[in-house]
Design a protein around this ligand. Structure first.
Ligand code: SF4
Ligand code: SF4
Length: 93
């Protein structure tokens, strides 16, 4: 089990809805998000989930986002830490 790590979440950000408020960056207890230098079509800088593997699916970011731009999908995925190949995957709501 040593070489296998569990990933709990897949995070989807609808960047076109984002207003760049940074609430998701500030509220995440696991520091999953960071702001990028990318601007969406509304002219706002958007975040990305740079450390998705740290997500514990607390959903604070979903709740905090005023534009409903974040969706956190709970997953059960085990992957090989050496080559990051998925060895087992199951998706849950
Ligand atoms: S669900 Fe929780 S841990 Fe995961 S990215 Fe959102 S705030 Fe961070
Ligand atoms: S909380 Fe929502 S609107 Fe604000 S930066 Fe994050 S994704 Fe964008």
């Amino acid at each position: 089990m040593d070489e296998v790590q569990r990933r709990l979440a897949h995070i989807h950000i609808r960047s076109s809805e984002c207003k760049g408020c940074r609430y998701c960056v500030e509220i995440c207890p696991k520091r999953v998000y960071e702001m990028t230098t990318v601007y969406n079509e509304l002219g706002y800088r958007v975040p990305q989930a740079s450390h998705e593997e740290e997500c514990i699916v607390c959903r604070r970011c979903e709740t905090a986002c005023p534009d409903l731009a974040i969706y956190v999908k709970r997953m059960g995925v085990r992957f090989n830490r050496r080559n990051l190949s998925v060895v087992d995957a199951s998706y849950q709501r």
